[in-house]
Design a protein around this ligand. Structure first.
Ligand code: LLP
Length: 436
């Protein structure tokens, strides 16, 4: 985003501010789509990475579907204009009301992650007099070699079912009048930088697909999950072409539509977080730069020790700014960039070189388009930032900064609500039933 005038954006929309470049999202999407052109394929954007309606809508206009992990995300996808037959619903713990609404919405399929869940889906479909299209998430027990918190393809992780169990579930599904197994699914982890584990998983799951088809289970979709990594530092990158080739190779002899569920790859590099310096301070030898963004705005450094490059955004040298100091030539010293939250874990970068900074200086945190805003919280009663997109050289607000009044309005209403529930009688009813 070289030519973007971050100073004007920061002045207009204030900071902290998320800024996304739609052009970058388009080119990532089209690169991946192009890589799969030899086969029927559907890219279902993983909304969890960034679920702003304008981002989803933009991907929808390019032909994207949606991978959702809550009914809230399914609703977002529909509201943003994603076609229902391009929406899939994944996740290890779907609630009854979520299953019911997903079936009523007639989406493409539900990814199932346990026998218990398959049972719930069957009985809910039966009560609605519907047939539930499903896919089963297979856990191939393969080490994706990524951060343990975002590695999902080992039996020690809570996700999916093993191959034997999957087979039994497919047979159960085939024999049920209320379930139609249409797909097979795996996802071994996120921020993957090595293609080998993906290859291995695709081959293992393709073998299972062959044996299911031999059992007359009429699969249509081969869902390879998401996980393609991006460059935060010097990581090795998986080339989309090699990625697609690896999957196509595994699918030799299988006439299945490929589905993939990328999140980070599509939106990660499109986003920056603008933040202003509040203060600089030294505790002994240690230099801290305190910014108006904090771990509640960008959780990844604290949670995963993730590294996001931070750059000083130079002042624009025009008539108004003549006379301002130029920091380019000033010495860069090491510092930690930290937020105002009351925890030592609240940091955005450690031991990075920045010039001497002063109140109001602007910093830009890179590669925050994925799992930035979507993981933000109100911790310390901080208001979540505004979000802006850049398209054809113009900026457009896609979410307002939260406001304090709406943040507390529900609590405030209830503060003066005198309605109570008598727990005494529930307690005594319970103890009677235990006694009897
Ligand atoms: N499909 C499934 C079933 C997933 O669990 C995930 C991510 C994706 C697709 C999309 O993965 P992606 O293409 O974005 O890697 N908060 C963490 C990432 C958590 C990923 C969870 N699952 C982070 O900030 O790194």
């Amino acid at each position: 985003m070289k030519d973007i005038d971050y100073h004007t954006l920061a002045e207009t929309y204030k900071t902290p501010l998320y800024v996304y470049d739609l052009q970058k999202i388009s080119s990532a999407f089209l690169r991946l789509k192009e890589a799969f052109r030899a086969r029927k394929s559907l890219i279902c954007y993983a909304l969890k990475a960034n679920s702003n309606l304008s981002i989803i809508h933009h991907l929808g206009t390019l032909g994207s579907g949606a991978d959702c992990v809550s009914i809230g995300e399914v609703r977002r996808a529909l509201r943003a204009g994603i076609l229902k037959y391009k929406i899939i619903f994944s996740g290890v713990g779907k609630q009854d009301n979520e299953i019911q609404e997903a079936l009523q919405s007639d989406i493409l399929f539900l990814n199932v992650e346990s026998e218990g869940e398959l049972g719930r889906i069957e009985s809910i479909a039966k009560s609605l007099n519907k047939v539930a299209r499903i896919s089963i998430r297979v856990n191939p027990n393969i080490d994706a070699k990524t951060h343990p918190y975002i590695s999902t393809g080992l039996s020690e992780n809570k996700f999916g079912v093993d191959i034997q169990q999957a087979k039994a579930m497919y047979i159960f599904a085939k024999n049920s009048p209320h379930i139609e197994p249409v797909g097979i699914h795996f996802h071994i982890g996120s921020q993957l930088t090595d293609i080998e584990p993906i290859k291995e998983a695709a081959h293992k799951v393709a073998q299972l697909a062959h044996s299911l088809i031999a059992l007359k289970i009429d699969l249509k979709f081969f869902d390879v999950g998401g996980g393609i990594g991006i460059r935060y530092e010097e990581e090795n990158l998986i080339n989309p072409y090699d990625y697609a080739q690896a999957i196509l190779e595994a699918l030799y002899g299988l006439d299945l539509t490929i589905i993939c569920e990328p999140g980070r790859f599509l939106v990660g590099e499109s986003g920056v977080l603008l933040t202003r310096v509040l203060y600089e301070k030294h505790n002994g030898e240690k230099r801290f730069v305190i910014t108006d963004a904090a771990m509640n705005d960008l959780m990844r450094p604290t949670l995963y020790h993730a590294t996001h490059k931070i750059e000083y955004v130079e002042k624009i040298q025009n008539a108004e700014h003549i006379g301002e100091r130029s920091v380019e030539s000033s010495l860069c010293d090491m510092c930690d960039v930290v937020g105002p939250i009351c925890e030592s874990g609240d940091y955005l970068a450690k031991n990075i070189a920045l010039p001497k900074l002063t109140h109001g200086d602007l910093l830009k945190i890179e590669n925050v388009g994925a799992y930035g805003y979507s993981m933000a919280s109100n911790y310390n009663t901080r208001l979540r930032p505004a979000e802006v997109v850049i398209e054809n050289g113009r900026a457009r607000l896609i979410k307002n900064r939260e406001c304090f009044e709406s943040l507390i309005s529900d609590e405030e209403k209830l503060l003066h609500d005198s309605q109570t529930m008598d727990l005494q009688s529930i307690d005594s009813a319970d103890s009677q039933s235990v006694d009897s």
